[in-house]
Design a protein around this ligand. Structure first.
Ligand SMILES: [Zn+2]
Length: 416
């Protein structure tokens, strides 16, 4: 076993240039979502798999958003590890100024720059290489390995991992590993559940000089928005396992998810994303629409939040509410064997133990958790994700590749 681990580590060290060349090509193949046409970047993935004669198939419910699934069996039966990564990336955006070509994949001072290099082309490159190394070892492996590289993640669209999970149960496996950028100083075992609500306030409306004729929809919406603050104070019944995992690691949470994150991790958070009301300065608005993005922590049911929101809306007879999107907060056991393996490998490779914490943003890992499959996320530090000059620290990329490959190997070879 120690021999297999050493071989994997030496392959990764030997392949540094090959890996970086692949990643550069992958970044230069644009795949912004929206619009979500990933064919150019998918061609880079397909060439990688074909040239190395790795088993794979393409599943494309939407022809411009191909998904790759590869599976092979080891020499003896055993457990099934599934890797997950995505091919699509955020758009370049118009905020901030890039000092590097967003589609250049250029290396400067130990960093590679480009849109999506961090979220998550370096992570997806990592799972492709893990898959290749484990395939080379197949005659000595137990169990099964599956690689999924999907399109349509950034907009939580239906044609990527969600399609595979619903229509291809053979990819569920016994454990899911994701390389989404989390920061190398923590492992993620859970995510908050997004709950999207839309409120509409309707009044007759009037000429701006006749405010006595109608109530003002914008003013009612303003009072409603302030009243919605109550959802932030819903009591959270954090499960014991999770409370124990999170106890005493507030400083790590603040470090990896920005200062203050530890305070909202186990609270209901509320963001009033849009307010649209009125047509014209001298008309009294008759319609105002408000959207809210609420994030529900583990230990609260989205139903509790919806019920409270409905009772708040009931105080404003002119307002109604619609549930636009709803996902349960889902978690895997932070004491799971795989979580421990990741922590042990990071300790061995980098000298520290990353605590298991809850993720603020959502990832496709939730889809596996939703099917009862434990899923853990461990990836590079999210430098400038969705901002100008997105980059990865190259040493972190290789650290993540080593951690995932070794952890999958350990899991497959443990206990028989
Ligand atoms: Zn991502």
């Amino acid at each position: 076993m120690e021999d297999l681990r050493k071989r994997v580590l030496s392959w990764i060290d030997e392949d540094r240039e090959v890996f970086l060349e692949f990643l550069g090509n992958f970044v230069r193949a644009k795949s912004p979502n929206p619009p979500g046409d990933t064919r150019e970047a998918a061609a880079v993935v397909e060439a990688f798999l074909t040239e190395r004669q790795l088993p794979f198939r393409t599943i494309s419910p939407n022809e411009v958003m191909p998904n790759f699934v590869g599976t092979f069996d080891g020499a003896a039966p055993g457990r099934h590890v599934v890797f997950n990564g995505h091919i699509d990336v955020f758009p370049v955006g118009d905020g901030g100024t890039w000092t590097q070509d967003p589609w250049g994949g250029k290396i400067v001072d130990g960093r590679m720059y480009g849109r999506g290099v961090n979220d998550m082309k370096s992570g997806t490159a990592s799972i492709l290489f893990s898959y290749m190394y484990l395939y080379r070892l197949r005659d000595q492996l137990r169990g099964r390995v599956t690689m999924t590289a999907v399109s349509d993640e950034e907009t939580f669209g239906p044609d990527g991992a969600r399609y595979l999970i619903e229509h291809h149960p053979e990819i569920h496996g016994d454990i899911c590993l994701s390389t989404e950028p989390t920061g190398i100083h923590s492992v993620r075992f859970a995510e908050k559940g997004p709950l999207w609500l839309k409120f509409t306030v309707r009044t007759p409306g009037a000429h701006g000089a006749y405010p006595h004729k109608s109530q003002n929809a914008n003013e009612i919406a303003a009072r409603l928005i302030l009243a919605l603050d109550e959802v932030r104070h819903i009591e959270v019944d954090t499960p014991k396992h999770i409370a124990e995992a999170l106890a005493g690691v507030e400083d790590v949470i603040d470090k990896v998810a920005s200062p203050g994150a530890s305070k909202i991790l186990q609270k209901v958070s509320l963001n009033i994303g849009t307010v649209n009301g009125g047509v014209k300065q001298n008309m009294l608005p008759g319609v105002c629409e408000v959207t809210a993005d609420i994030r529900v922590p583990v230990g609260v049911s989205p139903d509790t939040v919806i019920e409270l929101a409905r009772s708040i809306v009931a105080r404003f007879p002119e307002a109604d509410m619609e549930v636009v999107g709803r996902q349960e907060p889902l978690w895997s056991d932070p004491n799971h064997e795989m979580c421990k393996l990741i922590q042990r490998n990071v300790k061995e490779l980098a000298g520290f133990t990353p605590p298991a914490i809850v993720s603020l943003p959502g990832t496709d890992a939730r889809l596996w958790r939703g099917k009862g499959v434990p899923a853990f996320v461990y990836g590079v530090t999210p430098f400038n994700v969705a901002m100008a000059d997105e980059y990865v620290d190259i040493e972190e990329v290789f650290h993540v590749l080593k951690t995932h490959t070794l952890s999958a190997l350990d899991y497959l070879m443990a206990n028989g």
